[in-house]
Design a protein around this ligand. Sequence first.
Ligand code: CA
Length: 735
Amino acid sequence: MLAMLAHASVAAPIADLSSPPPVPAVPAAPPVAARVNDARVIAADNEPGQWLAHGRTFDEQRFSPLTKISDANVTRLGLAWAWEPGTTRGMEATPLVIDGVMYATGEWSRVYALDAKTGKPIWTYDPYVPGAKGRDACCDVVNRGIAAWEGRLYLGALDGRLICIDAATGKPLWEKQTTDTSRPYTITGAPRIVKGKVIIGNGGAEFGVRGYFSAYDAASGEMLWRFYTVPASKSGPFENPELELAATTWSKDSAWDSGLGGTVWDSMAYDPELDLLYVGVGNASVYNRAQRSPGGGDNLFVSSILAVDPDDGRMKWHYQTTPGEQWDYTATQHMILADLEVPPRPDANGHVGAKSLRKVLLQAPKNGYFYVLDRTNGELLSAAPYIATSWATGIDLVSGRPYQREEADWATTSRRVTPGIPGGHNWHPMAFSPKSGLVYIPTFESVYEFIPDPEYRWKPGVINTSESWSGIAERLEGFEAVAKENVRTHLTAWDPVAARQAWRVELGQGIPAGVLATAGGLVFQGTTWGKLRAYAANSGVTLWQGDTGTGVMAPPITYEVDGEQYVAVVAGLGGSQGGHYIRFPNENPGRILAFKLDARTPLPPMPRAPRRPGTLGNPIQAPVLEASAETLKQGRALYALNCSRCHGLGVEASGLYPDLRHSSADVFASWKGIVLGGAFASRGMASFADVLTEQEAEAIRAYVAERALHEPGWLEWFGHQLAGRVQFPARWLAD
Ligand code: CA
């Protein structure tokens, strides 16, 4: 269940979601802005003031050669401009900056073109994603960015459309539905453009979809090829020949209904010399392998890195990071291409030969190991844990396979596993500095208990992880319980040659934001608590910290306009962690902020969250309902399965989504119309009539009302208000 009251209370400068304008059938006049092509991206270092592609360059290093802002003067950094798009949900985008114009994306797949020098809006584009589609988004209605090519921009919209936009005007030129709209596919990742082909994947593995990625002709929108990452059945059809190999790694009794997952929802990189496109593949669906592929199997190509020929989509090599994955261990995490002097892997006697220059691919997938692969052939060069791991004791460098621990197999028994669901590293992009030789990884320390559900059956329209949701509800009722499992976050500097940590900055609880490295000897990263920081690239010492007000998850970028260097970041919390274990005192306004030397623009004020009901003069309005213990238990399990990923486990919301305990008497009275009738569908709260009966919706209402009446007393509220005077509650200021 998604945003209701909070979403409605913010003045949005963009028209409401219900009235999309028609998309013109004939392309408009020739475009004049954002003239980007392969040659320009390949030569990006010749114009370092631009940010032409998602990871700046095809190798996705997120390293800028700009040096005007450096470790010698970064203390003079100040706010140049801030612009608020009128959003309150998660903001994850990497903006592009092309010839003085910034192109960013925000919630509900909206696109913003701004003057990169002043922050003044040039145009905004709203693809009018139906609000009810928010229900299919596992991890908020976010978007991570846009691609540019020959005057046009390419957007993957949440509802699965690939939309081509005139970069000069913000007007749509064409759109293609890239997904089966009868399945819960979503797109949140940035398309990449290689040789005039738009490469786009999708997400949805938690609900049950079949993963793939496709190439579309950037000019015409015609689909050129599609690569399914998992087979549709044991015996085909094998839409792409690689599926013949994949099918041998699945049981004939696999959970074909669930689609098997393997979604390609984020990372890609391209090597123009080798002419290879690298794609990261996500987790399997359902999670429990004993139920997904009875009898076992590696289950290719889930949790794999694929190298394909961008011309025809044919695979050159693959490497599976987590064979038979059963812990949501995606390999969709950011991949970086670099040329490094590395030793070869040890021979059979353990002997390590001399270092040599290798073309490598670097990834820190969710499973906690940092992989260095030879990207010409997929050979594993090294794999070492960048964070504590309990599912494996190491990786065999000869076979490339992990030594998995029996104790992590949750086929029939609950198991606590590290890293947990967030992974050791999630979507937040890392960065590599060729100067320091270090990779900067936003890392999580987490633990998660996987609880099997022997009764599990695939059911359309709900989370299909195969976990016991009544078990999860019992274990994780409220913030404190969830927070205990998401222990710490940090910025980890990793030496990919020595395969060990160089240094680490502790960030406390929260979300470790994406990273930018620069030739000025700096690493930039935002914080959950409303700061942008610059660290010394060699040591991790904090050299500067500026206010963003709103918490940051997205990676900063840097660019130059009229000879001045800027560092910009998109701010706004949300995403998969935002709803769950952090309570926010403010309204979470989305912001795009740009900093430069000696600037003094004041930060826009932070709107406070509305006063919480259940406090002085503001009573809880939940009705006292006659509900049996059995009904409350049923409501709790149904709430956990259907409602918790937005409104919070145990009905404790972060403040980004409505806390249902604080619902008005009207909402409790109109419950059926909202939950089953879809009364708030346009705001993101879809009808659940396809998965809940009237009795079940009522059981959820009873559970929510019961939780509301157990709202913590005024003492906690008083502490919250007192700490609120200094903007953030005191325990957070330690950060
Ligand atoms: Ca997942």
